[in-house]
Design a protein around this ligand. Structure first.
Ligand SMILES: [Zn+2]
Length: 168
């Protein structure tokens, strides 16, 4: 695992493989940093613990090692060829570390596509799959607030809504 250090003052950490911003902070009081995972993220760790850990990494083993020797040592011993860990440290006296590890191969292989538009109205002849499809499309087409939440969940579960040409 290769380690790259990023200046904390930059307030941003990008994926070295696809360039998407994973971590971003405005440094303003009361504003939480945003974390957005692309499919390369293996794990996100801070001094407070594991923020995110892909299913491909043994969480228990990693946490134990981190407790004994710290995150840097724990992440370094992970056997991921060509993986990169981007680290950022809050300057002294805090030395609070943020570690984001990335794998070059997409960590999550499976991607679920949901075709839009879905069925507009339920009818008695529909299968369970069709009913669910309509339900999920209605959720997607709901208010902006709901949509923001849906977009987050899509990232988490690797779901992608896609517009298809209507069959008419
Ligand atoms: Zn990426």
């Amino acid at each position: 695992m290769e380690f790259i250090e990023v200046d904390y003052d930059k307030g941003q950490i990008d994926c070295p493989f696809c360039g998407k911003t994973t971590y971003e902070t405005s440094f303003k009081d009361g504003e939480e940093p945003t974390l957005t995972k692309c499919s390369h993220v293996l794990l996100i760790a801070t001094a407070e613990g594991l923020e995110y850990c892909s299913r491909k990494v043994s969480k228990k083993q990693l946490q134990e090692k981190a407790n004994e020797e710290g995150w840097e040592a724990a992440i370094k011993q992970l056997d991921y060829p060509k993986a990169v860990c981007v680290a950022s440290y809050v300057p002294a006296p805090s030395f609070f570390g943020l570690y984001i590890a990335y794998a070059p191969q997409k960590v999550m292989e499976e991607m679920v596509f949901l075709n839009l538009p879905g069925p507009e109205q339920p009818n008695a002849k529909m299968s369970g799959g069709e009913l669910l499809h309509g339900f999920l499309c209605d959720i997607y087409n709901s208010t902006t607030e709901v949509r923001t939440q849906v977009d987050k969940l899509c990232l988490k579960w690797n779901i992608q809504y896609r517009q298809t040409k209507s069959k008419r």
